[in-house]
Write a protein that binds this ligand. Structure first.
Ligand SMILES: C[S@@+](CC[C@H](N)C(=O)[O-])C[C@H]1O[C@@H](n2cnc3c(N)ncnc32)[C@H](O)[C@@H]1O
Length: 224
């Protein structure tokens, strides 16, 4: 988050729209750190409540607003934002190309689009798509993704790539959250430390499958 903020060179007073903002961590942290103003759009009431609580905690309630809406059809003043972001929710525009089109309507001329999506490290075998429950053509390769961004009329100015370790941390942390929500009380918990010497354990095979086949194009920075 901090790396992205530095890369985006956010200035005080910058207007930032975050589509599918989740718990608003990026908007609120950047508002606190850089003095930006933000609007977050998400469909989850639970996440929006958490986002408002976070804004309160960071003392930026006067700088950020959170709106419950479908980000794919969200209307706002055209070309009015300095930064428009969508991280990890490119389905709002039926894929990265459509999401870049949505973003363009709201971005001021010369503004900065910040998008996060996955890319294939190598052509996926059918079982990888099945385990991740995605069609083969949902994502492109890294160079295919860069081309897609340029073809959408943007100038690609920077990319931040997740590596296996950071992607592993992201997926593993989600597992903890899911398990805590459904766990039977009283059962002891376990954190496993695994060295990757041989075949993956059955427990983590689905995650590993994704790990080997998917990189995560966390935040290409594009401007137009
Ligand atoms: C993987 S999370 C990413 C959240 C946030 N961008 C981040 O990077 O932490 C996906 C988010 O998209 C939201 N979402 C899914 N479909 C949406 C839609 N059509 N409109 C707005 N938000 C949506 C979910 O509620 C969730 O907060």
């Amino acid at each position: 988050m901090q790396l992205l903020g530095e890369i985006c060179r956010i200035t005080p007073g910058a207007r930032h729209l975050d589509l599918a903002c989740g718990k608003g961590e990026m908007l609120t942290q950047w508002a606190a750190r850089y003095g930006s103003y933000g609007v977050g759009v998400d469909i989850s009431k639970v996440f929006l409540t958490a986002a408002r609580d976070r804004a309160d905690e960071l003392d930026v309630t006067g700088q950020v607003r959170f709106i419950e809406a479908d980000a794919g059809t969200y209307e706002d003043e055209p070309h009015s934002y300095d930064i428009v972001s969508c991280i990890g929710a490119a389905w709002i525009g039926n894929g990265l190309a459509g999401t870049l089109t949505l973003i363009r309507r709201l971005l001021r001329p010369g503004g900065l689009a910040l998008v996060g999506d996955c890319y294939w490290i190598s052509p996926p075998p059918p079982e990888a798509c099945a385990s991740l429950q995605v069609p083969k053509d949902s994502f492109a390769s890294l160079s295919g993704t860069a081309k897609l961004i340029e073809d959408a009329g943007y100038e690609l100015v920077e990319m931040v790539l997740a590596n296996h370790d950071t992607w592993d941390r992201y997926v593993a942390a989600q597992r903890w959250t899911e398990r805590m929500a459904t766990r039977k009380s009283g059962r002891p918990r376990c954190v496993g430390l695994a060295a990757i010497l041989g075949p993956c354990t059955r427990l983590l095979s689905r995650v590993r499958q994704g790990l080997h086949r998917l990189g995560c194009l966390r935040s290409p920075r594009v401007s137009r």
